[in-house]
Every structure is written in structure tokens, then in C-alpha cells.
Design a protein around this ligand. Structure first.
Ligand code: ARG
Ligand code: ZN
Length: 846
């Protein structure tokens, strides 16, 4: 049965303190809990309890409860509680961390005890009101004969196999964490603006210390930035980060004790790419920023997840824009949004930024909640202005510190701070789907009229979509390339609306949706010459890039209709390559061709059934054509972008490397992999080695390089993950499934490790034509592995199942194969709630 937003009821008890006494042992850890409750309203005492928790004892105020005083029903524990006043509930349970392969609750990763409690993992550790609106200070005693024993908050005492921790900040159970094992700290220190000294530690396994510096530096930059930009200071004496190898997601913001997937902590130039470094910096910041947006102010219930995630993603995007290039970051974010969130919005998994119903909450940690949630905040900021935004955020922190809040609370602070009515804007939270905005122009004697129309296609359960508030940033550029009207934000509120500009000397070119001012699809007719004009003259970097992207898309679509690539696009590439003054990272983004998946999406939207093999062939042909036409210019860029200084993962150097690799990717089509092989042999950093290796696989001559690479890095799990990923990803489509099958049979395909599983299976599903093989073998392979994983780790299986979400847009044969694979999963016995919900929604697509 789904949980509904409208079912929310406040908890009838306050929890004034939570005390835990945990004795850790691999197979039988015991947890004693004392919960100080005081009654606030009539109602039963209902706790959550995981199925595998062995409940040994329950007592109220020291008096043991007999069987008649409580009832355990599935994951619910009902207890007869005093009708009024305060009491202490004690419980004693035993759990088995070594049998916990789902990595939810208390588990072991490479000999380290650790926890993951968001969203509903704490119930697998101890019976508890496991809901975010029940908050309490925690006092935790840890017992184990292990060198490092960590929990939330500040240390009270430590020594001889016992450590006591106290977290004074009331928090919900999902922010609880403990870690115990043989760990080494890479340490630093930070003094907050008001003078609090904070000890910083990044905890890693012995031997990994040399790869933890960048995480620590990123943490310090995040702490400085949040003080400077949001006025938010840290609030404990200690901030710990722990890296573990087995982790379902990226990282977790547990109060004062963030736990990370090691791939988002560990980095050295020879093992991590520039992209890895950028993600580490961004995720360290994200988890740190949660201390205010998530922890000090949390969510009332899980429907409000975007309250903390959308806002925290928005904040980490702002941070990265400040640390690196704002223009490049914006383009990267839009690329991800379109690839993941637009795709989600257009398929059977579409849901609002704030969903109103779910079966399994872990299935809603989605691109819609996170990335679209961040876009919605970006629109709010644009509508109320920077000052209005600062005022509203100030009010949010003042008014709601210590609260478990809602989207209504969030919107109210903007209304109160700025006087704006946000009732129509709220639809961005409640209505799913990506609006399509069409724009047409009318020009008459110095007078320009822009006409907009918006409509949002139906999504599951929502047929009718009233118009939304859409901020459309536009600028006007004169035919000689001058900006005659700088960026202006038009506020669209109606289904159809027009805006006029007067006193123009000549008909300008309209630059629309600058900075991607709203997460919509802009539909406008524009010829290739005008797009090329914007690509070279627009003052807004996003809009410039977008013009080039559209040109590339349309070129590919034309090729799929049997035409040959137009001169406008090929000439524009020549101009970009000759532009020595441009930011290399920006040029690299302009040179990269739209993905095959993107072309399939565009075709499906336009009512054409995409043919994955044809799309692959067209993209190859275009890349080859560009390389032939511009070989000399590409070679010049390749030579010019070589970095001779010692490796640094900063924006400048990584921009140069990304342009260099983008040029190499094109040259690779005509040199049989010769240059890539040379780079692979001489490069001293992982960015260029992995980049070159991918291109060698594409060129069909990588066997020796692959064995060399494997030999060299056999002890470095995160690098071997790359090895598993690159092969299915870059394989020729007709070989990709066979490559994946072959790799899956290897001894070192340690599939229970989420990173390893995602590397191989995700590498295949990201190979568009390979995964969508006409014979259905890609679908069968995925189905087999989802079933196998589901019995071990349902969260990972459910997340990976989204690779099926676009199955209905392909041809009848492919659909038949996909349908059979989906039905096979659905009919499997003992399907988890996670995978069952996902496949059920995907299968029901019409
Ligand atoms: N709150 C974490 C983050 O975004 C994500 C953890 C989600 N984990 C889960 N199993 N659903 O930073
Ligand atoms: Zn988050």
C-alpha cells in the first residue's frame, strides 16, 4: 500500500533524549536503547522495527513488558504506553551486521562497521519512531575492541574499547551514524567566524592517507563559503568524514559524521580523473551544506525531501560555480538535467518535485527531487532577485531552525520576505512533467513582439496541467552582433502570452532562455545561419553553447533523414577551433556531440521511432566528417592544450585537458587510435590515461592496453571500476552485451559491491545502441542482474532498473523483448518492494 502525503499525522509523543549502548560484533551486535518520551496527544505508542531485528526485551520505567503489552506486526511495534506524562522505554535487540548485504542500517564494509540510516534504516538497528519529525539529542556509548569508535556530535570520553558521544542538537533518526574499525585520519582544523575551533578529520583505511587531502581541502573551502555566502557557521567541535567502499549512494550527511562512498573521497592524480576531483569537491560541499539545510532544518516527512535536497543541490551548484567556472558549471548541470530528469519526466517514472504518494521512499531519491528541485529554487531566486532571495533565506534560518519543515513553510518565507504571492509558483512542486514553451516572433517597424505558449504533457496520475510561472530570460542582439537589449526576465504566467520591445533600429536576433532560466523545452523555429550567429555572438555563455548544441542536434537529425551535414555547423566548428581566446572548458563542451540517447529522445518527442543503430552510425559519421574537415585545426588544439605544469585538478588545467581530449576524440575517428595509444603510453595522470583508454577501445585496438592497465591498478578498486566501466561503454554496439557478459564472469567482478556493479551494468546501459541491441540480449542481461542483485541489495537493483524507463519509445520488436524482460522480473518470487514498485511503474507505461 502506498504512503500518502495527506495521511500525515503528528507523532503523539515528544522524545526528549535518546540513549544508545551498542556492543559491536560482526555477527551479533547488541543495542540497548533508552528513549525518554513524554505524551503530547492521545494515541498508541507506535515504533518502527526492521524484520531482521531480534527483539529480546522491552521495559517501561524499568518494568519489563509482558507479551500482552506489545504487538509486533510486520515492521510495526505497538506498545501500551502510559496515558499521560513522561516515561522511559528501554529495549534490547541483537542484529547481524555481517549478514547485512543491503547496506541499510548497521553493516560491515571491508571490516569497518558503519551505518546508513536515511531514509528508513535506523529501524534496522533499534525499534524507534523512525520518522524525520521526531527529533532528539543523542547520547551514544560504543563498545568494541577496535582502534576507532565514532558517532555523532562531540566526544565525551574514549579509551579501552569504549567511547561515549553526545550530540546536543536534536535530530531525527535518519541522521544517526556510527563507525568503528581500523581507520587513519587525515586531519585539519577550522576556526569559525565567531571563533569556534573545529577539528576536522577525513578517516580512511590504512594506506589510503595519501589520497585524502583533496577531500579535506574541499571541506575547508565549503566551510568558508557557507559562512561568506549564507552566513552559516558550523556548530560542533568536531567534523568527521569517513570513506567506505560499500555504499549505496554517494554520501550521507549524518550530523558531525558524514559517511562517504570512497569514490567521492579518495583521489590522487594517478588514480582519479579531473571529473572525479570536481565531484569530490561538490559532494563534500553538498554533505557539509546539509548541516544547515537538512540537519538544523529538516523535513517533516519524506514527501518534503526536496526541501533539503533541492536546496542543498542548489547550494552546491552555486559553490562549484564560485570555485570553478560558472558558465561551464551551468552547462554541465543542464546536460545532466536533460539527460536524467527530462527523461524521467517523459516516461512512466515521472513524479512531482514533491511527490504525494510512494511505495518505497528510496525510489524517490531521483533527478526530479534533486536536480529539478534545485532548478525550482534557481527560478525562485530569479523571480525575487538576489536581495529577495537573501532576505528569504535569512528568514528561513531564523524562523525554522530546529524544525521539521514543509514546502509550504519554505514558500511562506519567500512570500513574507518579498510580498510575492507564490500560489501559482507552487505548481512547480506539485505538478510533474516538463513544460514545452513555444516562441514565435513578430517584427514590424522597430517593434518586436515575442509570443509564448506553454503546455505540459500528461504524466502518470496527472492529466491536466494548468499553466505555470515561467521566468524566461531574453536578450536582443543586433545584426552586427551588438547586444541592444541586455538580459531581461520575462514572467510568463498564462498559457499564452506576449511581450513587446520597442524602438529597435533593426530586427534583432533573440537570445532566449538565457542561463537556462527555467527547466522547460523551448521550441522555436530558427534556421542554421541564425543559430550559428548566436553561437558566435551571444553574450550569454549558456545560450551560446545551446545554439551550437541545437545546430549539432539538427545536423544529426538531418543526417538521419538521409541528408549530409550542413556547412553552417561544420564551419562553426572551424571557428570554435580557431578561437584561441575562448575558455578551453567551454570550447570542449561545444565540441562534444549530443549523445545518442539525446537524439533518441528528440526523435521520440517529434513522433519518430528512434533506431539506435542508425543514430550510432550517424553520430560516428558526423564525428568522422568533422575530423576530416578540421584535422589540422584539431591537431593544433591538441598540441596547444598540452599541460606541462605539475598536475592540478583546478578549473584551468582540467579545462585544457578536457578540450585536448575532445579534440583527440574527433581525431581518433581517422587515425585508427594512433594518437590515443601514444597518449595512453605517456600520460602521467588518470584523466588522460582513462580518456585515451576509452578511445583505444572505440578504435578497436585496446587489448594490450587493457591488460597493462589492469595489472598496474589491480590493487586500486576505484580504478578497476573504471576498467569495468569503459569496456562495455565504448564497445561497438553489436559487441557490447558480449563484452559485458564476459566481464561479469570474471572473479574480480565483485558484484555485491555497489560501485563495481554500477560500473559494469551501468557501463552497458550507457551504451545506447549496445544496451538496446535489436535481439533483446541487453534487456535480458539487465533483467538477470537485477533479479540477482534484488535478493542481496534491493536499493541498488531498483536504481539500476531505471535503465528500462524509456522502453516504450522503441520499435515493436525491441518493445516485445523489453516487455518480456520486465514481465520476467515482475513474476519472480520474493521481489523486493523497491524493485517491485519500479518495474511495476515502468511496465505500466502506455
Ligand atoms: N541524503 C543523502 C544526500 O543526498 C542521500 C542519501 C540517500 N540514501 C538512500 N538510501 N536513499 O546527500
Ligand atoms: Zn543531499
Amino acid at each position: 500500500v502506498p504512503t500518502q502525503l495527506s495521511d500525515y499525522r503528528p507523532y503523539p509523543f515528544a522524545l526528549t533524549e535518546t540513549r544508545l549502548d551498542v556492543t559491536l560484533a560482526a555477527e551479533a551486535s547488541s543495542i540497548l536503547a533508552e528513549l525518554d518520551f513524554s505524551r503530547r496527544a492521545p494515541g498508541a505508542l507506535v515504533l518502527d522495527i526492521g524484520k531482521a531485528v531480534d527483539l529480546r526485551r522491552l521495559a517501561i520505567d524499568g518494568a519489563e513488558l509482558d507479551a500482552a503489552q506489545w504487538r509486533r506486526d510486520g515492521e510495526i511495534l505497538r506498545i501500551d504506553a502510559p496515558a499521560e506524562g513522561s516515561f522511559t522505554l528501554s529495549s534490547e535487540v541483537v542484529v547481524n551486521p555481517s549478514a547485512n548485504t543491503a547496506f541499510e542500517g548497521l553493516y560491515l564494509s571491508g571490516g569497518i562497521f558503519c551505518t546508513q540510516c536515511e531514509a528508513e534504516g535506523f529501524r534496522h538497528i533499534t525499534p524507534y519512531p523512525d520518522r524525520p519529525d521526531v527529533m532528539a539529542p543523542f547520547r551514544v556509548t560504543l563498545r568494541a575492541d577496535l582502534p576507532v569508535l565514532l558517532s555523532n556530535g562531540n566526544p565525551v570520553s574514549a579509551g579501552d574499547g569504549v567511547a561515549v558521544w553526545h550530540d546536543p542538537w536534536p535530530k531525527p533518526a535518519y541522521l544517526f551514524a556510527l563507525v568503528a574499525g581500523d581507520l587513519r585520519a587525515v586531519s585539519g582544523q577550522f576556526t569559525t567566524a565567531s571563533g569556534r575551533d573545529v577539528a576536522l578529520n577525513v578517516w580512511v583505511r590504512p594506506g589510503d592517507e595519501s589520497r585524502a587531502d583533496y577531500a579535506l581541502e574541499s571541506l575547508i573551502r565549503s566551510m568558508e563559503w557557507d559562512e561568506k555566502v549564507y552566513g552559516r557557521e558550523y556548530d560542533l567541535d568536531l567534523f568527521n568524514i569517513v570513506a567506505v567502499d560499500d555504499f549505496n549512494m554517494g554520501a550521507m550527511e549524518n550530523k558531525g559524521l558524514n559517511i562517504f562512498n570512497s569514490k567521492l573521497v579518495l583521489a590522487s592524480p594517478d588514480t582519479a580523473t579531473d571529473a572525479d576531483y570536481e565531484r569530490i569537491e561538490g559532494v563534500i560541499a553538498h554533505e557539509y551544506f546539509h548541516n544547515w539545510t537538512g540537519n538544523r532544518i529538516t523535513c517533516r516527512d519524506w514527501f518534503q525531501l526536496c526541501l533539503k535536497e533541492g536546496l542543498t543541490v542548489f547550494r552546491d551548484q552555486q559553490f562549484t560555480a564560485d570555485m570553478r567556472s560558472a558558465a561551464v558549471k551551468r552547462i554541465e548541470d543542464v546536460l545532466t538535467l536533460r539527460a536524467r530528469q527530462f527523461r524521467e519526466d517523459q516516461g512512466p517514472l515521472a513524479h512531482p518535485v514533491r511527490p504525494d504518494s510512494y511505495v518505497e521512499i528510496n525510489n524517490f531519491y531521483t533527478a526530479t527531487v534533486y536536480e529539478k528541485g534545485a532548478e525550482v529554487i534557481g527560478m525562485l531566486k530569479l523571480l525575487v532577485g538576489d536581495e529577495g532571495y537573501d532576505k528569504a533565506l535569512g528568514l528561513y534560518f531564523d524562523r525554522h531552525d530546529g524544525d521539521a519543515a514543509t514546502i509550504e513553510d519554505w514558500l511562506k518565507v519567500f512570500e513574507d520576505a518579498t510580498g510575492r504571492d507564490l500560489s501559482q509558483f507552487k505548481r512547480w512542486y506539485t505538478d510533474a512533467g516538463t513544460p514545452v514553451v513555444t516562441m514565435t516572433e513578430d517584427w514590424q517597424d522597430g517593434h518586436l513582439t515575442l509570443r509564448f505558449a506553454q503546455s505540459t504533457p500528461p504524466t502518470p496520475g496527472q492529466d491536466d496541467k494548468p499553466p505555470r510561472v515561467i521566468p524566461i530570460a531574453v536578450g536582443l542582439i543586433s545584426p552586427n552582433g551588438d547586444e541592444v537589449v541586455p538580459t531581461t526576465v520575462l514572467e510568463m504566467t498564462e498559457a499564452e502570452q506576449e511581450f513587446s520591445f520597442d524602438g529597435l533600429a533593426a530586427r534583432p536576433v533573440v537570445s532566449a532562455l538565457r542561463g537556462f532560466s527555467a527547466p522547460v523545452m523551448l521550441d522555436r523555429q530558427m534556421d542554421a545561419t541564425t543559430r550559428a550567429f548566436l553561437l558566435s555572438h551571444d553574450t550569454d555563455p549558456f545560450a551560446r553553447w545551446e545554439a551550437g548544441r541545437q545546430l549539432a542536434r539538427e545536423t544529426l537529425l538531418a543526417m538521419l533523414r538521409g541528408e549530409s551535414p550542413g556547412a553552417e555547423y561544420l564551419d562553426a566548428i572551424g571557428q570554435l577551433l580557431a578561437d584561441e581566446a575562448a575558455d578551453p572548458a567551454f570550447l570542449a563542451l561545444c565540441l562534444r556531440l549530443p549523445s545518442e540517447e539525446e537524439i533518441a529522445t528528440v526523435q521520440a518527442q517529434g513522433g519518430t521511432t528512434p533506431d539506435p543503430d542508425a543514430i550510432h552510425a550517424a553520430r560516428e559519421a558526423l564525428a568522422t566528417e568533422i575530423a576530416r574537415r578540421h584535422e589540422a585545426a584539431l591537431e593544433a588544439v591538441y598540441a596547444r592544450m598540452e599541460v606541462s605544469a605539475p598536475y592540478r585538478p583546478d578549473a584551468d588545467q582540467s579545462g585544457r585537458r578536457s578540450l585536448r581530449l575532445a579534440a583527440l576524440a574527433l581525431l581518433n575517428r581517422i587515425d585508427g587510435g594512433r594518437r590515443a595509444a601514444a597518449l595512453f603510453a605517456e600520460a602521467g595522470n588518470m584523466t588522460e590515461r582513462a580518456g585515451a583508454l576509452g578511445l583505444m577501445i572505440q578504435a578497436g585496438d585496446a587489448q594490450q592496453a587493457l591488460s597493462e592497465f589492469h595489472r598496474e591498478f589491480s590493487g586500486v578498486r576505484l580504478v578497476i571500476d573504471k576498467w569495468f566501466m569503459l569496456q562495455p561503454l565504448h564497445a561497438e554496439p553489436d559487441q557490447a552485451v558480449a563484452v559485458a557478459q564476459h566481464l561479469a564472469a570474471r572473479d574480480d567482478f565483485d558484484w555485491k559491491n555497489p560501485n563495481r556493479f554500477r560500473a559494469l551494468i551501468g557501463g552497458l546501459t550507457a551504451n545506447h545502441a549496445g544496451f538496446h541491441a535489436a535481439d533483446g540480449t541487453g534487456y535480458d542481461f539487465l533483467a538477470d542482474w537485477l533479479l540477482k542483485m534484488d535478493a542481496v541489495n534491493p536499493q541498488i537493483a531498483a536504481r539500476m532498473s531505471a535503465a528500462f524507463e524509456s522502453w516504450t519509445r522503441y520499435d515493436a520488436d525491441r518493445r516485445k523483448h523489453a516487455e518480456a524482460a520486465l514481465d520476467r522480473i515482475l513474476s519472480a518470487p520474493a521481489l523486493s518492494r523497491n524493485l517491485g514498485e519500479m518495474i511495476g511503474r515502468i511496465r505500466n507505461a502506455t
